[in-house]
Design a protein around this ligand. Structure first.
Ligand SMILES: Nc1ncnc2c1ncn2[C@@H]1O[C@H](COP(=O)(O)OP(=O)(O)OP(=O)(O)O)[C@@H](O)[C@H]1O
Length: 589
């Protein structure tokens, strides 16, 4: 079985390959089966091609007064062989196609889930998911049936032409005139088909992106009456796909007409010219009939060639998009199983950290701060001052431009991302619940946690009384179709999940949603208890939750403006006083 494309730590970003090379690379592991399929296809075609020869000899036998037994048996035999071969090759090629697409999808899923944050910032997720769904299906067809159709069509066409020549060279001369005209016409149409199919695929990707955007922000869309705008966006993409599809249909119709034309025009020419040859005795009737049968066989390979080329072109377009993902940077060090962090909670230090989001001006400017071991440090500051960015760097979502981040004496870049994220737990501002039970939500990152550890974190996060009240306890369903938890409860559940992994450091981006007095007290107590086991860094959107923190860092415009305790900052910093004036009064403290 094929393994997902592993990206080695030294080479996280394979260079993009030309689509045709990429296609061959996908087909290569299956080359022996594909060769077998091709042989079977060609044998099937040969059996089909032998039919007119048998007919010719049957007719000759009839006209010369001989019996037909042998020829009839041969015809039935050829038909049976042709059916058997077609069935086997169709089955084999479909099976290979499924394997190819599974391999492509596995590789894509592996990479997409590990994409770096900077890559995720610059692409629309909808556009990425269509690469796993529709694009890989196109590759599936191109890499197998497309290539086989093309080869079979080509060989079949060539063989038919050779056999026609063997039957009657003058008649072939007449037919090839028509063939050349049609060939040139096809050469003109095929590139156009390629262009419209690429456009259609891009448009389909855009439908996905538009829908992802709308459904991902469904509440915002509804609250702002954005239904019409979002519908228009997705429908515009669908209309574009439709226009491209229609253009493609017109070209396909042209091809179908041309293929029929090859046969019809050649038929008329062969009947006229061949009839004259038969009348003059230069050609016998059996040969003319055999030639005509070859002629009618010509439509099949021509359509195969067209079908193969179209599917190959679609596949190459899709592969170009899939190759883009291969060129995006991924995190290669997240799959190892890091050791359970041992030892006391560390001191967290940022030394002269500078950082800018790709394509943006400086976001953090020489930020230095220390979060003392086993205590709560609160990051405060106006919106956009860079608090969340500090957390993103502590999770190694991005790498610092310059400066160092240390856990006691260890630079976090010396640790793998898996190790960093094992030691430093992160609870986001708005933590989504995973569909399933409370237990599944809790054990998400620590499936082997012991019952007593679960009971401990439930106590520490003050969720034990809530769980005790539920008839199904931890087996209660949560999420869209189950128990709805309040913002405060959801965040404490997320803290419980994080604590179950026994991290050394807890990063908590306090929920901005208004918490009532009870929830706020519960959160404060949770944080205090968490600090008994780990170093806590807390982004405080309401100063009321952190006025008692031992250490506060005030960020403004990406710089550390001041640090100290609440009363110290209140006494000496104007910005902090302003923040306190708004945030402490608005929360009613
Ligand atoms: N992924 C991103 N790409 C580009 N710029 C970003 C990204 N995330 C944040 N920024 C910018 O970086 C600056 C700091 O943002 P950050 O989220 O760290 O601030 P914050 O102090 O956490 O704000 P808030 O309190 O509103 O959450 C802002 O100007 C923001 O627009």
């Amino acid at each position: 079985m094929n393994t997902p494309e592993p990206a080695t730590p030294q080479d996280p970003r394979p260079s993009p390959r030309p689509p045709l090379r990429a296609l061959l690379a996908h087909a290569r592991p299956h080359r022996s089966v594909l060769v077998l399929v091709l042989v079977l296809t060609l044998a099937g075609s040969a059996a089909g091609l032998a039919q007119p020869m048998v007919v010719e000899s049957a007719l000759t036998a009839l006209m010369t007064g001989h019996g037909l037994d042998g020829q009839l048996l041969l015809m039935v035999g050829l038909l049976a062989v042709s059916i058997g071969l077609t069935w086997t090759q169709a089955l084999l090629s479909e099976r290979t196609a499924e394997k190819v697409v599974l391999h492509v999808r596995r590789g894509l899923v592996h990479r997409l889930i590990r994409l770096r944050s900077a890559e995720l910032d610059r692409v629309e997720p909808g556009g990425l998911t269509t690469r796993v769904t529709s694009d890989s299906t196109l590759v599936q067809h191109a890499a197998t049936s497309g290539v086989i159709q093309l080869l079979d069509g080509g060989v079949h066409l060539l063989a038919t032409i050779v056999l026609m020549g063997m039957t009657s060279l003058p008649l072939l001369g007449i037919t090839s005139g028509v063939l050349i005209v049609v060939g040139v016409a096809m050469g003109v149409v095929m590139p156009r088909i390629r262009r419209v199919t690429t456009r259609a695929q891009t448009a389909v990707g855009e439908i996905g992106a538009a829908l992802d955007r709308a459904l991902g922000a469904a509440r915002t869309v509804k609250a702002n009456g954005g239904e019409a705008t979002e519908t228009a966006r997705a429908v515009a993409a669908a209309e574009d796909a439709c226009r491209a599809g229609l253009a493609g249909a017109r070209y396909h119709a042209v091809i179908a007409v041309l293929s029929a034309l090859v046969v019809q025009a050649s038929f008329l020419a062969v009947i006229g010219f061949g009839g004259a040859l038969v009348a003059t005795g230069t050609l016998d009737l059996a040969a003319l009939i055999a030639f005509l049968l070859y002629l009618f066989n010509l439509g099949g390979p021509v359509l195969s060639l067209v079908g193969g080329t179209t599917s190959l072109q679609q596949g190459l377009g899709a592969l170009a998009r899939i190759e883009e993902v291969r060129h995006m940077e991924i995190e290669t060090d997240v799959d190892e199983t890091p050791a359970r962090p041992a030892g006391p909670p560390p001191r967290v230090t940022l030394q002269d950290v500078t950082f800018a989001y790709p394509g943006r001006d400086s976001t953090l400017d020489r930020v230095s701060l220390t979060a003392p071991a086993g205590a709560v440090t609160a990051l405060v500051g106006p919106s956009g001052s860079g608090k969340t960015t500090v957390f993103s760097l502590l999770q190694r979502f991005y790498d610092t431009g310059s400066g160092r981040i240390l856990l006691d004496g260890t630079d976090i870049t010396a640790l793998s991302r898996a190790e960093v994220r094992r030691r430093i737990a992160y609870v986001e501002q708005d933590t989504p619940m995973l569909a399933g039970t409370l237990r599944e939500n809790l054990l998400y990152a620590a499936p082997d946690a012991r019952d007593e550890d679960v009971a401990r974190v439930l106590r520490d996060t003050l969720l034990d009384s809530l769980v005790a009240r539920l008839p199904d306890g931890l087996d209660t369903q949560v999420g869209a179709r189950g128990l709805a938890l309040s913002g405060g409860e959801r965040q404490r559940l997320a803290i419980a999940r994080a604590l179950l992994r026994r991290p050394q450091v807890l990063l908590l981006d306090e929920a901005t949603a208004h918490l009532d007095g009870v929830s706020e007290t519960a959160l404060r107590q949770t944080v205090e208890r968490a600090a008994e086991h780990c170093t806590v860094l807390l982004i405080a959107h309401r100063l009321s939750t952190v006025t008692s923190a031992e250490h506060m860092v005030l960020l403004a415009d990406g710089r550390v403006r001041d640090h100290g305790r609440h009363d110290e900052l209140l006494g000496r910093d104007r910005l902090y006083r302003d923040l306190a004036a708004t945030q402490l009064t608005s929360s009613g403290t």
